[in-house]
Design a protein around this ligand. Structure first.
Ligand code: SF4
Length: 506
């Protein structure tokens, strides 16, 4: 039985409860445990729907397409002009939102969220959307990203009497809206967003309006789409990635711009820029790893960027070999580019088990012992006696990469050359990606040769920063955040503890 939280749902008292019978409770086990904590996690995916008779189901489909951005919890809030209902739960979108649950969410507007926690406890209360009764009326908010001046803003708000129900970033934004002296809601939202620093792509909903906003640096993606309706106003959609539009049969309209606040009402779409003159620093790691290859992010297809990363990698650090093998799934597109550029055969020499997820046997220790073998298995007849170029998108602690190299060698490969489709990750992310602190990042503490020895590869090379920027260049003058590869952060607020190298802690 999946545990759910109901808020404002017609005919249901606000409570934490459960629906359905005869099913086992979800046993929550974060993916990081399965992957030995050596995998980066996306923070969240958001979706918003305005003007659809079955908005809840549309939000469900949007979240379903964005499931890769967070598998810990999901929620949908709907509004029908009078009420604002919210249901959220722990687990996958499809586990939480059965037909029975969706039927309890009436209205022509919806916002939805799927989450992997980066700040705040991973509890049901912190799942989103967050629904709060404020001085400006009832409001629901769902947020992707990470605020970096959280502590300062929160203490300021608490001093002026704010009482927080959760530890999530979203509630900070809502409290700022509630405490704003601005006369109208849209002014209060703009006022609130201009006071927070960091990464946020947010969708908000009142009883009769939808808002979508991106932080002034545009760290996280957020796009607007529409479903044409010949008999009335179009349905307007916002989603973290354009792949959600495909499932909804919606057309892409444009990206929400950095520093832009868009409002959708019965009267149509209006927009304002609440912050200008800030250098754009969109997360380049969306192109490297997080976003789906079938999404268009910051005006460029992710598939195109990854293909170019692979080609550039082959040009920069090609090596005599027999076969190119990706570490699935995220290494696949870069490996295709590499193979084509190098004139080598591309082979799926590692098979990923897609059914390994959050729910797995306990106790945790047993899961750890399986390590990467739970997720990946080598195809011996493709690897035996071969010189293999293995393509992956990052090395975090190095432990998983070593297991994969050992696995490929164990399957009979004669040589294993690891190629990484981005530069060494030398500094943690403060903008919504769950990176370990600097002391745990292998590239922050070892040379490339030392890393090669550690992971036991015959050779190791990373894509250069110039090569990565070139591969992701959409030709639209995009500015990227590359702080995890350089340690140069686009905002002032970072946690000093987390950027100390291992040596400094001895
Ligand atoms: S630090 Fe890295 S992961 Fe974080 S926003 Fe910048 S590029 Fe993205």
């Amino acid at each position: 039985m999946t545990h759910l939280l109901f808020q404002g749902v017609p005919g249901v008292t606000d409570l934490s409860g459960s629906l359905g019978t005869g099913k086992l409770s979800t046993v929550y086990c974060p993916l990081s445990t399965v992957a030995d904590g050596d995998e980066l996690h996306e923070e969240c995916g958001v979706v918003a729907i305005h003007g659809h008779p079955d908005a809840a189901r549309q939000a469900y489909l949007g979240l379903y397409a964005l499931q890769h951005r967070g598998q810990e919890s999901a929620g949908i809030a709907t509004a029908d002009g009078h009420h604002l209902a919210n249901i959220k739960g722990m687990g996958l979108v499809s586990e939480i939102f059965t037909d029975e649950v969706l039927s309890k969410l009436p209205g022509r507007m919806a916002i939805g969220h799927t989450r992997y926690s980066t700040t705040g406890d991973s509890a049901l209360l912190n799942a989103q959307p967050i629904r709060v009764e404020s001085t400006k009326g009832l409001i629901a908010i769902a947020h992707n990203g990470n605020l970096v001046n959280l502590g300062t803003v929160r203490s300021k708000l608490e001093r002026s009497g704010a009482y927080f129900q959760t530890t999530s970033d979203s509630e900070i934004i809502v409290q700022l809206i509630a405490h704003s002296r601005a006369g109208t809601l849209v002014d209060a939202i703009a006022d609130s967003l201009s006071q927070v620093e960091g990464a946020f792509s947010s969708v908000m909903m009142t009883r009769d309006r939808i808002f979508a906003a991106r932080d002034p640096r545009g760290f996280r993606p957020l796009s607007m789409g529409r479903i044409r309706n010949p008999e009335g106003p179009d349905t307007i959609i916002f989603a973290s990635e354009t792949c959600a539009f495909d499932l909804l049969r919606a057309e892409f309209v444009r990206d929400v711009l950095p520093g832009e606040l868009v409002m959708v009402t019965e009267d149509g779409v209006t927009s304002r820029h609440y912050a200008t003159g800030v250098q754009q620093s969109s997360c380049i790691f969306e192109h490297v790893y997080f976003a789906r290859p079938d999404s268009k992010i910051y005006g460029r297809w992710v598939q195109q960027s990854r293909d170019q990363m692979g080609r550039q990698l082959a040009r920069e650090s090609g090596v005599p070999a027999d076969v190119v093998v990706p570490v699935p799934d995220s290494g696949v597109t870069a490996a295709l580019g590499y193979a084509e550029e190098a004139g080598l055969p591309f082979r799926l020499g590692l098979i990923r088990n897609h059914y390994v997820g959050r729910t797995f046997i306990q106790p945790e220790q047993r899961v750890r012992d399986f390590g990467v073998r739970l997720k990946l298995n080598p195809v011996r007849n493709l690897l035996e006696g071969k010189r293999v170029v293995l393509i992956d998108d990052s090395i975090i602690r190095g432990t998983t990469s070593r297991k994969i190299v050992r696995m490929v060698r164990g399957a009979g490969a004669k040589e294993v050359h690891l190629r990484i489709s981005c530069p060494p990750t030398v500094s943690p992310c403060f903008y919504g990606v769950d990176t370990p602190s600097k002391r745990d990042l292998i590239a922050a503490n070892k040379s490339i040769e030392e890393i090669r020895q550690f992971i036991e590869a015959d050779s190791l090379a990373y894509l250069s920063l110039e090569g990565l920027l070139k591969a992701c260049d959409g030709g639209e003058g995009n500015g990227f955040c590359v702080a995890c590869y350089t340690g140069n952060y686009p905002t002032q607020w970072v946690d000093v503890e987390d950027i100390l190298p291992a040596a400094a802690t001895l």
